[in-house]
Structure formats: structure tokens, C-alpha cells
Ligand binder design. Structure first.
Ligand SMILES: Cc1cc2nc3c(=O)[nH]c(=O)nc-3n(C[C@H](O)[C@H](O)[C@H](O)COP(=O)(O)O)c2cc1C
Length: 222
């Protein structure tokens, strides 16, 4: 596919105008002048399409709101820190969850491959079956039979533009075997088979790596 990029310095009235009006393929990149400064505008639809190429799992973030459980399907979930143990979810400011998570404990429920109906349910398309709520483990409600759970207390919230970044301090976790629900280019998928060799085994980011273990022991000795 070829791309059409508005050259820097070209003024564009509407971010959608050039590519869409001429029918030319485009990169989703436009230049805007505001307050005497030049900004690059990215067409939100193109940004969404591009981000869709980053494969993720699917989670449902749950919390307790005045005695009632609330959940929202979220794929913008990320590990942040091991020490302290922190994770992050990015929530649309317009969602109820973005407001509810402000100062509330929450659980990140990592979905299994068979839990696509649950993902849709918590994205606004109710499923016919009852939601399988589990006994709350740590203040916030949990979904039963998920691939993993991370129960968190609120750590910090940050401005993320039209989203709010909620960081949680992990206080309890569970995980087990099974296959995850995968999200790629707007569709749910199954995970493919693993590579024969694990090429990253000795990388510093591998939880079981020898170098990480030795590094930890050296630090502890000082
Ligand atoms: C696969 C999938 C992933 C989603 N990921 C996010 C996300 O990361 N952040 C977000 O704010 N909304 C995300 N959504 C949309 C929310 O699930 C949806 O807006 C939900 O209705 C919010 O619920 P609430 O307003 O009741 O809290 C996703 C939806 C789907 C289907």
C-alpha cells in the first residue's frame, strides 16, 4: 500500500479533508498550525487502525460501586513495574469505569479464549447467560474461571488525553493454565502455537532469567 503524506507546513482545514475527499490513500498524518506552532495531527481512525496491529489479550476490569459490581472490557492493559508491583489500564474518560476507578480497588480479569461473549458483555452488548461473578477476593469483584486475576488497590491516576491512566498496586493474583482471548485488528482470535525455541530466555526481561536472579542477589547482598 502506498501512503500520501501532507508535507510539513501545509495547512489543512479539516484533518479528514485531504485523503478522504480525493480518495487517495493516506498515512493519517496532517499538519495544523495553532497558536503560531505547528502540530502533526493524526486522524483518530487511522491511529486506531494502526494501533490495532499491536496484538493484545483482553481483560475485564471490575470494581465495586456501592455494593454492585461493575465491569468494562479493556485491552489497553499493561504491566508497569515489578517492585512495587504496578499495572496500568487506560480508560476512555466517557466510560463509567474511568470515573469508578478513581480511588477504588479494582481487579483485572484476563480472559480465556472461550470468554469472547463476556468481553462483548462488558463492552455494552449484553450476553444471554448470567455473568459468572466469583466471590470477591480482595475488595473488588472478580469474574470466575478467568485465565488470570490481578487485584489492585489504587496507586495513581494520570491524564492520558481523552483517556485516564489508572495505575493499580497489585495486592493479590491468580493464574493457571489455558489459552488467552487474543485481540488483533478489531477481531477476537485464538493464540497460535509457540515457537520451538524461546529466543529471549537469557534476556534481562525474562522473569526466570539467570542474569535477573543474579542481579537481584547482588543487590540484596549490598
Ligand atoms: C476488545 C475490546 C477492548 C476494549 N478496550 C478498551 C480500553 O482499553 N479502554 C476503554 O476505555 N474502553 C475499551 N473498550 C470499550 C469499553 O469496553 C466500553 O466502552 C464499555 O462499554 C465501557 O463501559 P462503562 O462505560 O460501563 O464503564 C474495549 C472494548 C472491546 C470490545
Amino acid at each position: 500500500m502506498s501512503f500520501w503524506i501532507v508535507p510539513p507546513g501545509v495547512l489543512v482545514d479539516s484533518p479528514r479533508a485531504p485523503g478522504h475527499s480525493t480518495g487517495q490513500p493516506h498515512s493519517g498524518k496532517y499538519v495544523r498550525i495553532a497558536d503560531g506552532r505547528e502540530f502533526v495531527d493524526i486522524d483518530p481512525r487511522e491511529l486506531r487502525n494502526c494501533l490495532g496491529h499491536f496484538t493484545t489479550g483482553v481483560t475485564v476490569v471490575t470494581c465495586d460501586v456501592d455494593g454492585s459490581p461493575h465491569g468494562a472490557t479493556v485491552n489497553a492493559f499493561s504491566a508497569v513495574s515489578l517492585d512495587p508491583p504496578l499495572v496500568l489500564v487506560s480508560l476512555d474518560r466517557r466510560s463509567k469505569a474511568a470515573r469508578y476507578l478513581d480511588g477504588r480497588p479494582f481487579t483485572v480479569n484476563v480472559l480465556r479464549s472461550q470468554q469472547d461473549a463476556l468481553a462483548l458483555h462488558f463492552a455494552g452488548r449484553p450476553m444471554p447467560d448470567a455473568v459468572p461473578w466469583a466471590e470477591p477476593a480482595h475488595g473488588s469483584p472478580r469474574l470466575a474461571d478467568c485465565l488470570a486475576h490481578l487485584s489492585c488497590r489504587p496507586w495513581a491516576s494520570y491524564d492520558g488525553g481523552d483517556h485516564v491512566l489508572h495505575l493499580g498496586h497489585v495486592e493479590e493474583l491468580t493464574y493457571g493454565g489455558g489459552a488467552p482471548l487474543v485481540f488483533f485488528r478489531g477481531q477476537f482470535r485464538h493464540l497460535g502455537p509457540a515457537f520451538e525455541a524461546a529466543p529471549w530466555l537469557e534476556s534481562g526481561d525474562c522473569p526466570g532469567s539467570l542474569s535477573r536472579l543474579i542481579g537481584g542477589l547482588t543487590e540484596a547482598a549490598h
